[in-house]
Design a protein around this ligand. Structure first.
Ligand code: UDP
Ligand code: G50
Length: 477
C-alpha cells in the first residue's frame, strides 16, 4: 500500500501530522492501538508507536513486532518501565498491575516525547493511563487525546463515577444524561470495592478526562447515538472535550499471521464448512472458564448440534498456558470421548487465533462471546449474531449495548465469574440452537452490519470523525 507523505488541509499541502500512540497492557487495549496506527498511517500520518517494556504476554510482544515489520510508516519507540513492587498493591490482577507499573513510570515519558524526531503533533494515550500521562504531556507541551477502548456507555460511567462513588453504591445507578438505569450488578466488579487498585485508577482517570484535548472512542453513531449525544452536549458531565467516535477501528489483514504463534489452520478448516453454519466460541484473550464450566460448555456445543470452532483458554496469561501439560489436560477437561463424538463438525483450538479473520470468514454465522468490547465491534462489522456470556469487567455493560443493537441475545440470568453458579450444558445448547435458528436475529444482525460498514466508508460518521481528528492534529503543529 502506498502512503501519502502529506495531508492536504484547505487547499495547501501541510506537513504530515506526527502522532505518538501509547497503549497500555492486555490485548483488548493493545489491539485497538495497533489498528489505529494502521488507519492513521494509511491516511498519511506519521506514527510513533510507544511500547512500555517489558510487556507481560507473548501475544503482546508478537503483535507489536508484526506491526513494526508490516509498515515503514510506523516507528517503534521503547518505553522502559521502572521496577514496580506489586506485593503491596490492592489487586492481584496482572493487567491492573501492569497499568500501575506504566502509570508510575509516566515521568520518564517527558524526555521521550520531547526528543522524538520528527517533532510530534499529538499523543494518543490509553484510557487506563490518563491521569498519570496528561500532566507529563502538558509539560512537554503536547496536545493529548485519550483512546477510550470501550463503549460510550462505559465512558459515561467512567466520567460520572467520581461523583457517584462512595462508601455504598445503590442497587440501580443513574448516570446523568442517560435515559437508561444501570443495575449495580452490571458494572465491573472491582468498582464495588472503593479500595481496589482498579477503582482508584478508574476514579482518577474519570476525574481528569475533562483536561484531555479530545476523547477518541471505538464506537460509532449508529450503535450508540443517544449516549454519544449526551456526552457531547455536556449532559453527562459539563466541560468534557469532544468525544470523537471513529469505530469500529478496523482489523488489519496482515496483522496476525505470525502472531498465531504458528500452526493454527482454523481458516483452512472453515473453508470446508457451509456458509453461515459455524459458531465461533471465544472468551477473549484473558478469560479462562473454570474446568467445570468448560465441561458444561462442551456438553452445550455437542447438544446444540451446531458446527463450532472453540478457542479454549485455561489460564489468564498465555505464558502460564504454555507451561501446562496440554494433551492430557484437554481430554480430562471436556469429558471422555467428546472430541471423537464431535469430529468433523467441531474444532477445538488452544492458543492464539486470528479472530478478525475468523469473523470475516463466510462460514461463520454465530459467536458465543464474553463481549469484550473489541469482540463486539468485530462481530458488528461482519454481522455475526452473538450469544453473549459476559464474565467480568465491562462485559455486562457491553453485552447490554450489543443486545440493544439487535446483533444478538444475552441470557441475563447466566452467572459471571466468581458467582460460582454453573450454567448447564443443556441450557447453553438450547439458547444456541434458538439463536442460530432465529430469522429475526439474522435480519437484525444484517442491518447492524450494513450500518456499521456505512459508518466507515467515505462520508460515514466514523470516517469523518477520524478525518476531523487528523485535521486537528495538523492544526496544532
Ligand atoms: N483475539 C484474537 N485471537 C484470540 C483472542 C483474542 O485475535 O485468540 C483478539 C480479538 O479479536 C480482540 C482482542 O483480541 O480484538 C480481545 O479483545 P476483547 O476486547 O474482545 O476482549 P479481552 O481479551 O480484552 O477480554
Ligand atoms: C478491564 C476491566 C474492566 C474494564 C476495563 C478493562 C475497561 C473500561 C475502560 O480494561 O477497559 C477503563 C478501564 C480502566 C480505567 C478507566 C476506564 O481506569 O476489568 O471496565
Amino acid at each position: 500500500m502506498s502512503r501519502p507523505a502529506a495531508v492536504v488541509v484547505s487547499g495547501e499541502v501541510a506537513a504530515a501530522p506526527q502522532v505518538a500512540l501509547l497503549p497500555s497492557s492486555g490485548m483488548g487495549h493493545l489491539i485497538p492501538f495497533i489498528r489505529l496506527a494502521a488507519e492513521l498511517a494509511s491516511r498519511g500520518c506519521g506514527v510513533t508507536f510507544i511500547t512500555p517494556t517489558p510487556v507481560i504476554s507473548g501475544a503482546e510482544a508478537r503483535h507489536v513486532a508484526d506491526l513494526v515489520a508490516s509498515s515503514a510508516g510506523i516507528r517503534p519507540l521503547e518505553f522502559p518501565l521502572l521496577p514496580f513492587d506489586s506485593s503491596t498493591a490492592a489487586s492481584t490482577d496482572p493487567f491492573f498491575l501492569q497499568f500501575e507499573a506504566i502509570r508510575r513510570s509516566a515521568a520518564l515519558l517527558g524526555p521521550l516525547l520531547s526528543s522524538a524526531a520528527p517533532r510530534l503533533s499529538a499523543l494518543i494515550c490509553d484510557v487506563t493511563l490518563t491521569s498519570a500521562v496528561l500532566p507529563v504531556a502538558a509539560a512537554v507541551p503536547l496536545p493529548t487525546y485519550v483512546l477510550f477502548t470501550s463503549s460510550a456507555q462505559m465512558l459515561s460511567l467512567c466520567v460520572s463515577f467520581p461523583q457517584i462513588a462512595g462508601a455504598s453504591l445503590p442497587a440501580i445507578l443513574k448516570i446523568p444524561g442517560l435515559a437508561e438505569d444501570l443495575p449495580l450488578r452490571s458494572i465491573p466488579q472491582p468498582l464495588r470495592d472503593p479500595g481496589n487498585l482498579f477503582t482508584t485508577q478508574f476514579v482518577e482517570n474519570g476525574k481528569v478526562m475533562v483536561h484531555a484535548d479530545g476523547i477518541v472512542i471505538n464506537t460509532w453513531e449508529a450503535l450508540e447515538p443517544a449516549t454519544l449525544a449526551a456526552l457531547n452536549t455536556g449532559k453527562v458531565v459539563p466541560g468534557l472535550p469532544p468525544v470523537v467516535a471513529i469505530g469500529p477501528i478496523l482489523p488489519e489483514h496482515s496483522q496476525s499471521n505470525s502472531a498465531g504463534g504458528g500452526g493454527d489452520d482454523s481458516l483452512a478448516w472453515l473453508d470446508g464448512q457451509p456458509t453461515g453454519s459455524v459458531v465461533y466460541v471465544s472468551f477473549g484473550s484473558r478469560t479462562a472458564l473454570s474446568p467445570e464450566q468448560t465441561r458444561e460448555m462442551a456438553g452445550g456445543l455437542e447438544s446444540s448440534g451446531c458446527r463450532f470452532l472453540w478457542v479454549v483458554k485455561t489460564k489468564k496469561l498465555d505464558k502460564e498456558e504454555q507451561e501446562e501439560q496440554e494433551e492430557q489436560a484437554m481430554e480430562e477437561l471436556f469429558g471422555d470421548g467428546f472430541l471423537r463424538r464431535v469430529e468433523g463438525r467441531g474444532r477445538v483450538v488452544k492458543g492464539w487465533v486470528d479472530q478478525g479473520a475468523i469473523l470475516a470468514h463466510p462460514a461463520v454465522g454465530g459467536f458465543v462471546s464474553h463481549c469484550g468490547w473489541n469482540s463486539v465491534t468485530e462481530a458488528a462489522l461482519r454481522g455475526i449474531r452473538v450469544l453473549a456470556w459476559p464474565q467480568h469487567g465491562d462485559q455486562r455493560m457491553n453485552a447490554g449495548v450489543m443486545e440493544k443493537s439487535g446483533l444478538g441475545e444475552w441470557p441475563k440470568e447466566w452467572s459471571w465469574q466468581g458467582e460460582g453458579v454453573l450454567v448447564q450444558g443443556e441450557e447453553i445448547g438450547r439458547r444456541l440452537r434458538g439463536l442460530m435458528a432465529s430469522a429475526a436475529v439474522a435480519a437484525a444482525a444484517a442491518k447492524v452490519k450494513e450500518e456499521t460498514v456505512r459508518s466507515k466508508i467515505a462520508g460515514g460518521s466514523s470516517y469523518s470523525g477520524l478525518a476531523n481528528l487528523i485535521a486537528r492534529f495538523a492544526d496544532s503543529r
